[in-house]
Design a protein around this ligand. Structure first.
Ligand SMILES: Nc1ncnc2c1ncn2[C@@H]1O[C@H](COP(=O)(O)OP(=O)(O)OP(=O)(O)O)[C@@H](O)[C@H]1O
Length: 584
């Protein structure tokens, strides 16, 4: 029950709907039990007692009772549905908000497809129980309770004989629940994996096709699908094993009723109408008990879903605003790293060791080094996507933790190697970081990123709709839109993470030109593999296995004859030698 307790803040606010639906449920359930009583009166008083003048009144009474029942059923269903729908509306919002707050380290291990299935199938599973499960439980208590009372009123001994088999059904129901709950959790998890497979395949369809891996992918999907099928079949087998057993025990009750009840009618201690009423009433007890399997089924699904939802809701938020943080502060962009050491939560080894540097406001810092040497990790720490394991990062002489995340990130513009564009207009993509930006500001940002001209050549200019992942644009165009997006927020610090790696020389030249303009007055970090991209930096940091092994300007580093010189030689001298050979 603790799952439902933990999630109560989502459904308790709508308890009014629930309470009213329960009121109408009580009316409905109460009326259900009146039906056998009317039947008993009709047989014993009207048919056998010869009181035929009662017929119109009994008919009218019966009609009225049924009309009230129909109306109550309508209102009850409507309100129960409202209760469920409103509850999961806030639950879905809370989950989405949580996903926005969770840090990078959570997403490093999360699977998109699985998260999607939590936000859709699991939320629905939970809604179904909130809408119908709660009322089923109450209906069970009322109908079974009221039926037992009426039966007792007619004959205590017959009631006791009839319900003698019920404890056995309860044992079966209990065992059913114990087996079916883990089975449902298995189904949900398997469905999450199936979703992940589909999502990853669609996202990576270019790679799949480029490497002709369609058949391999189909086989892999088949494996996940097979697992899902097996889990479902297993659950179905539990169901088919226990349900007939419950029905069999239920039918033993009916046999006992007919045998002992028939004997009582024959010896005159029970009226025939009462036996008929008993026959109806016993099913009012048996059906809900057997149906308990279905209710438990629903409950188990909802519990399994609720657990998966709680896993998201209760996931630890590692990066958040501390108290009294600085809001809306304009920064100068003076960045200091002091002995920063860092390791990813999932990894044993540190990826950054004792990183220290001072980047005065408006300066340009270049980061170069082999892949995996830690360049991206440094700038991820600056945006507080992760927290350092040791050491301090300061901007304008304050620890970055003293600024609100909003302030910090609005002052750090990032252009990544891989650009993500939303399936919306070019205008909205550029203004994503500052939706209130005026059209002139958007155009200005695009002009400075050297994107304005090609945007104007598009059919709808700035209103051109982009497909998912920015289909319809070349790598260089996407990159320039990303640069426009970064400068639209007018950040004090600009990070260009391999921003020109995916483009040809001519486009790189265009982007470099645009960047010269954009970098003016901002502290800029350029991560690059090409020396041409960062040779004008005020300081270049050469990284190797998470350590700064060399630092200085381009010229200083060249004369030092170290790692930088070696990269330079590979990229320039050898190329020049080759070119000269070619000319000769
Ligand atoms: N999210 C992550 N979780 C665990 N380890 C990571 C994560 N991101 C990077 N790493 C590891 O940290 C190390 C540094 O990676 P980083 O991305 O900072 O290198 P890089 O110098 O930017 O590489 P590249 O030039 O290829 O972009 C690598 O060994 C990498 O495997």
């Amino acid at each position: 029950m603790s799952v439902f307790k933990k999630l109560k803040s989502f459904y308790l606010p709508y308890k009014r709907d629930f309470i009213w639906s329960m009121v109408f449920l009580i009316i409905m359930a109460g009326i259900t039990v009146v039906y056998p009583v009317i039947l008993q009166m009709t047989i014993d008083e009207v048919v056998l007692g010869g009181k035929y003048n009662w017929v119109p009144w009994i008919s009218l009474g019966f009609f009225t009772v049924m009309a009230v029942k129909a109306l109550s059923a309508f209102i009850q269903h409507y309100l129960a549905d409202m209760f469920g729908i409103k509850s999961v509306y806030s639950l879905r919002n809370a989950l989405y908000e949580k996903l926005q707050r969770l840090s990078f380290s959570y997403y490093d291990n999360a699977k998109t497809g699985d998260l999607m299935s939590r936000l859709t199938a699991d939320v629905e599973g939970f809604r179904f129980f909130v809408s119908f499960g709660f009322s089923e439980v109450l209906r069970f208590i009322i109908v079974v309770g009221a039926s037992l009372c009426v039966m007792m009123y007619y004959s205590v001994s017959l009631t006791l004989v009839t319900i003698a088999a019920l404890p056995f059904i309860s044992v079966v129901v209990y065992k059913f629940d114990k087996n079916v709950h883990p089975a449902f959790r298995g189904i949900r998890e398997s469905f999450g994996r199936l979703n992940t497979k589909v999502q990853e395949n669609i996202s990576g369809i270019h790679t799949v096709k480029a490497l002709s891996k369609e058949l391999v992918e189909i086989e892999r999907f088949d494996k996940s699908n097979e697992d899902y099928r097996t889990k479902q079949l297993y659950t179905a087998s539990i169901w088919s094993k226990y349900f007939p057993l419950m029905e069999l025990i239920g039918n033993i009750s009916v046999v006992l009723l007919l045998a002992f009840g028939g004997y009582k009618v024959i010896n005159g201690s029970l009226k025939p109408g009462e036996l008929v009423a008993f026959y109806s009433l016993i099913w009012y007890i048996l059906w809900p008990i057997m149906n308990l399997g279905f209710t438990i089924n629903m409950f188990s699904q909802a519990k399994a879903s609720g657990e998966r939802l709680l896993e998201v809701l209760e996931a630890e938020e590692t990066i958040f605003d501390k108290e009294n943080v600085r809001q809306n502060e304009k920064m100068d962009g003076h960045v200091i790293f002091r002995h920063v050491t860092f390791r990813y939560q999932t990894e044993e080894a540190t990826v950054l060791e004792q990183i220290s540097f001072d980047a005065p406001s408006g300066s340009t810092i270049g980061l170069i080094g082999a892949t995996g040497s830690g360049k991206t990790s440094i700038i991820q720490l600056l945006s507080r996507f992760y927290e350092p394991s040791a050491g301090d990062i300061l901007i304008d002489d304050r620890l970055i933790q003293e600024y609100s995340l909003n302030t910090l990130r609005s002052q750090v513009g990032v252009v990544l190697q891989e650009t993500f564009l939303f399936s919306s207009t070019i205008k909205a993509n550029i203004a994503y970081g500052r939706p209130e930006a005026k059209m002139e500001e958007i155009i200005d940002a695009a002009k400075r990123a050297d994107a304005h001209d090609f945007i104007m050549e598009m059919p709808d200019g700035y209103n051109t709709l982009l497909g998912e992942r920015g289909m319809g644009l070349s790598g260089g165009q996407k990159q320039r839109i990303a640069i426009a997006r970064a400068i639209c927020t007018n950040p004090a610090i600009l990070i260009l993470d391999d921003a020109t790696s995916a483009v040809d020389m001519e486009t790189e030249f265009h982007i470099q030109n645009a960047l010269q303009e954009v970098m003016k007055g901002r502290t800029t970090f350029i991560i690059a593999h090409r020396i041409s991209s960062l040779q004008h930096a005020d300081e270049i940091l050469v990284l190797d296995h998470g350590r700064i092994i060399e630092r200085g300007t381009h010229d200083e580093l060249l004369v030092r004859n170290g790692a930088y010189r070696r990269i330079y030689n590979i990229q320039y001298r050898d190329r020049d030698a080759l070119m000269q050979k070619a000319v000769r």
